[in-house]
Design a protein around this ligand. Structure first.
Ligand SMILES: C[S@@+](CC[C@H](N)C(=O)[O-])C[C@H]1O[C@@H](n2cnc3c(N)ncnc32)[C@H](O)[C@@H]1O
Length: 381
């Protein structure tokens, strides 16, 4: 964690926000280890005397989640696990744990995301064959469509292993923060930040992975940081960010509509949101009631997720609009590649939207529900 990010972004206690909506800033109580300008191990405290919760910084990553005990319990193996073992021992452990074990799933996720994010920098990566970088290419289109921004920091939600966060810093001059809940992915991102190297298990086939380790340096990296935060409870005051991105995220969340509300709130007036999604809804990630489209094809929107999202992003005409966000641009059918192994690649088709945070207006000026909005309710689950 960088002091500059902590002091500028002034994170608030996620527990107080969830409990009563009040905002109390966190303070750095103890720094146990610092390296080259990074706070690597520390304790942050809530400044509310009735709360006083503490939050650790581990491997340079502050854990700013409302239920810290549950998060640590669920992630203790990756938090406490070692990442210094060589390929020989890792492969033996992988064989012992077997397919679909937590160990194997973590390696698969790291393999897929680190490949798309960083394999363009890997000297061992073949110049022929599938081309990595699909997420960054989508980000570039979104950044271009977003145009001018108010001054202020940028938030990359669901940053995974972090290349998009670095790419945003390369294309601007403000602070950029990547947040995610997946600790192994955040640790890889923080490793790139602190050591300027990518090290990841690249899956060849089955349980066979090869360790890839190569340098990665990005212009503006000194303006980047990575924190563990829940997209559903972002620990920031209203109006903090000039732009927020969420690539391939909406269909991973339990409550995407509420996420959009929180995201809008976190933006300055005139700030931009860039979202891209393949609408690959699953009950494992999002209860059906939370899906944006993808069900109730009897509705006027015929279950279209694109239409559903457009409908939510019209504050001038829609009483149900979300977070003061107004759709300002979109693109469709952008390819996103998820490499599974040497002979398997999933291709998704992304819908990208850019929305602008409009100024808050008095409640009396809010649009009244129209017939269309009433109609939308009836045949929808
Ligand atoms: C499909 S991946 C996309 C990653 C990256 N944006 C990209 O496009 O390559 C979704 C990411 O969102 C993260 N995520 C899921 N739920 C989250 C939540 N509630 N808060 C923060 N991140 C979350 C996952 O850990 C994962 O890294």
């Amino acid at each position: 964690m960088r002091l500059r990010h902590f002091e500028s972004l002034r994170p608030v206690c996620p527990v107080c926000r969830v409990a009563g909506g009040s905002e109390f800033p966190l303070r750095i109580a103890t720094v146990a280890r610092e390296e080259n300008g990074h706070i690597v191990e520390a304790a942050l405290h809530c400044t509310n005397p009735l709360c006083l919760r503490e939050f650790p910084v581990i491997d340079g990553i502050p854990l700013l989640v409302s239920n810290l005990r549950a998060y640590v319990a669920a992630n203790i193996l990756s938090i406490h696990g070692r990442d210094d073992l060589g390929e020989l021992i890792e492969s033996m452990l992988g064989d012992c744990c077997g397919p679909n074990s937590d160990f194997d799933q973590t390696r698969q996720h790291l393999s897929s995301y680190a490949w798309d994010h960083y394999a363009d920098l890997d000297p061992q990566e073949s110049a022929t064959g599938p081309r990595p970088g699909s997420m960054v290419r989508t980000l570039e289109i979104g950044r271009e469509l977003a145009g001018a921004l108010p001054t202020g920091p940028i938030l990359d939600v669901g940053c995974s292993v972090g290349r998009g966060t670095f790419a945003l810093a390369e294309r601007g001059d403000g602070l950029v923060l990547g947040v995610d809940l997946n600790f192994p992915m955040l640790r890889l991102a923080a490793g790139v930040l602190r050591h300027g190297r990518v090290r990841y298990p690249r899956r060849r086939v089955g349980l066979v992975y090869e360790t890839r380790d190569f340098p990665a340096a990005f212009e503006g990296a000194e303006r980047v940081d990575f924190w563990a935060c829940d997209a559903a409870a972002l620990p920031f005051a209203a109006g903090t960010f000039s732009m927020a991105t969420g690539f391939n995220l909406l269909d991973c969340l339990a409550a995407p509509r509420e996420f959009l509300g929180g995201l809008g709130r976190s933006l300055k007036t005139g700030g931009k949101v860039v979202l891209a999604c393949p609408y690959d809804w699953s009950e494992g990630a999002t209860p059906l009631e939370g899906w944006l489209g993808g069900h109730s094809q009897r509705s006027p929107m015929e279950g279209s997720s694109e239409e559903f999202l457009r409908h939510l992003l019209q504050p001038g005409v829609n009483a149900q609009a979300i977070g003061g966000l107004e759709l300002t641009a979109e693109r469709d059918h952008l390819p996103w590649f998820v490499r599974l192994h040497e002979r398997s690649m999933m291709t998704y088709s992304l819908h990208l939207v850019v929305a602008t945070r409009t100024a808050d207006r008095p409640a009396s000026e809010n649009p009244k529900p129209t017939d269309t909005h009433e109609q939308l309710r009836s045949p929808v689950l």
